[in-house]
Design a binder for this molecule. Structure first.
Ligand code: PEP
Ligand code: MG
Length: 571
């Protein structure tokens, strides 16, 4: 019997394959005394060996499919496993205290973790994260728990998980992972955004997928409708295969627009740019006819590794993006860690409300040396293309001034030491906090551009966590409150002769786009895979006609009314 699940349509497309459950094993440890400590030590040694060969396999697979840099993290883990200073005391504890290996491992590793964490040295703090990870791996072997690894998937599969973090998602190899389903998460959680970049169909917020799907079940993921079918009938598979074909044909149709300009029916040009997370994404931007990059989320450069990227590494990445874009506008956003984006090696205390905590520019101010390193790399890369620098999560004008002053200091230092830096780099901000949207007129006098980050702006305006599927009904892009803030920002920019773009997911949404056009948005930045669909839509819309509808639309009472009105206009 087929089971149907519904969730949030997180990434377009349809996938049909066998399920792979990503389970988080229960690693609770109990203390036991053992009668034969020698046998227990042997059991520990066997678990160590198993963990080592597991790590070897992951390391070579990661190096092959993702890259040597990302594989380095597993090399560091192997070093920990071979470190007599850690392994010796564990064996010693088993022998002298006559306790089980699990307990000895946990007690000893926790002691090292706290010791390294309390040190001031950043390198030592990173070792704490390595030890924690490695201890977990050996513990899983001792407890006989499944320790699934996404990068080891080597057959066509659909990953089913309670949740996927952005660092899990970067490990997915699109060659084998045909789709994914998560029980929690919304459309703008970062794993959903990554799925769209990787063009992997996904449904998030499916609530009971883990309770329903077993390993090896046949699963259909319909990322267009937000539906999941578990163990479908033959006739259902045929129906979805037809839908899959139709979707692919539609994409072929859109692809004819790749070299066309984005001009509306009444001759207005708007810029269609792309959001990227990695230098390798530039290929997809060009292939999809992107006219620029409206958001480079540099935080992904900091993920999937175990230490901060150096200035030289960053310089290389930013230069590669700028060169790849060949003088097309390229907006690079400074580090936005926090919220749902974590770094294992950054020692951040847990926060009750991480989306309201030390995130993005706040972290850059707290860890100013990291911020300065990134700015130097950006300034040095500027000679390679059309760089624009953008600060995330700006809540007050004071924050913008402070960030800009630090940028200028770094520029002066570089030029004083004879390093060339472009002198016309635009500096702008993300508008993703309501205070900044409301104050846009004041900001517009000092910034060079705005990019509206609706993923966050919506969650902060309606006080509805973008990650929480239980309040996803309140996460309303078309809510007139959001639209009025967007209008405030665009008008403020234009009044000062500046440009306003949008890099939140709303910029690639078919219902929102006609409104944004009507409000006069200059740049729409989205997942590269949406560009051609939106170009096709914009070519059929008149900017002047849409502008005439704005008063009526912004005076509607609800998001549903806005949606219905736009859909009626589009017919
Ligand atoms: C946004 O908030 O709209 C945005 C583009 O930034 P992020 O999704 O990375 O928070
Ligand atoms: Mg944001």
């Amino acid at each position: 019997m087929t089971s149907f699940l519904t969730g949030i349509a997180a990434s377009d497309g349809i996938a049909i394959a066998k399920a792979y459950r990503l389970e988080t094993p229960d690693l609770t440890v109990e203390k036991r005394t053992v009668a034969d400590p020698e046998a227990e030590t042997t059991r520990f040694e066997q678990a160590l060996e198993q963990a080592k060969s597991e790590l070897e396999a992951i390391r070579s697979r990661t190096a092959e499919t993702i890259g040597h840099e990302q594989a380095a993290i597993f090399e560091a883990h192997l070093l920990v496993l071979n470190d007599p200073e850690l392994i010796g005391p564990i064996k010693e504890t088993i022998r002298t205290a006559e306790v089980n290996a699990e307990f000895a491992l946990e007690e000893t590793s926790s002691m090292f973790v706290s010791m390294f964490e309390s040190m001031d040295d950043a390198y030592m703090k990173e070792r704490a994260a390595d030890i924690r990870d490695v201890a977990k791996r050996v513990l899983s072997r001792l407890l006989g728990a499944e320790n699934p690894n996404l990068s080891l998937i080597s057959q066509e599969m659909i990953v089913v998980a309670k949740d996927l973090t952005p660092s899990d998602t970067v490990q997915l190899n699109p060659e084998f992972v045909k789709g994914f389903i998560t029980d929690v998460g919304g459309r703008t959680s970062h794993s959903a955004i990554l799925a769209r970049t990787l063009e992997i169909p996904a449904v998030t917020g499916a609530k009971s997928a883990m309770a329903t799907v077993r390993n090896g079940d046949t699963v259909i993921v319909d990322g267009l409708a937000g539906e999941v079918l578990v163990n479908p009938e033959e006739s259902e598979i045929a129906r979805y295969e037809a839908k899959q074909q139709e979707h692919l044909q539609q994409k072929t149709e859109w692809s004819k627009l790749v070299d066309e300009a984005t001009v509306t029916a009444d001759g207005r040009h708007v810029e269609l740019a792309a959001n990227i997370g990695n230098p390798t994404d530039v290929q997809g931007v060009i292939a999809n006819g992107g006219e620029g990059i409206g958001l480079y989320r540099t935080e992904f450069l900091y993920m999937g590794r175990d230490s901060f990227p150096t200035e030289e590494e960053q310089l290389e990445a930013y230069s590669a993006v700028l060169k790849g874009m060949k003088d097309k506008p390229t907006v690079v956003r400074t580090l936005d860690i926090g919220g749902d984006k974590e770094l294992s090696y950054l020692d951040m205390p847990a926060e009750l409300n991480p989306f309201l905590g030390v995130r993005a520019i706040r972290l850059s101010f707290e860890r100013e040396e990291l911020f300065r390193t990134q700015l130097r790399a950006l300034l040095r890369a500027s000679v390679h293309g059309n760089l624009k620098i953008m600060f995330p999560m700006i809540a007050t004008l004071g924050e913008f001034r402070k960030a800009k002053a630090i940028l200028e200091e770094e520029r002066e230092r570089l030029t004083a030491s004879g390093i060339e830096v472009k002198d016309d780099i635009e500096v702008g901000i993300m508008v993703e906090i309501p205070s900044t949207a409301v104050m846009a007129d004041t900001f517009a006098k000092e910034v060079d551009f705005f990019s509206i980050g609706t993923n966050d702006l919506i969650q902060y305006t309606l006080a509805a966590d973008r990650m929480n599927e239980r309040v996803s009904y309140l996460y309303q892009p078309y809510n007139p409150a959001v639209l009025r803030l967007v209008k405030t920002v665009i008008d403020a920019a234009h009044k000062e002769g500046k440009w306003a773009g949008m890099c939140g997911e709303m910029a690639g949404d078919e219902v929102a786009v006609p409104i944004l056009l009507g409000l006069g948005l200059d740049e729409f930045s989205m997942n590269a895979s949406s560009i051609l669909k939106i170009r096709s839509l914009l070519r059929n819309l008149s900017q002047e006609e849409m502008a005439k509808q704005m008063d009526a639309i912004l005076n509607l009472g609800t998001a549903e009314e806005v949606k219905e009105t736009v859909q009626r206009l589009l017919k």
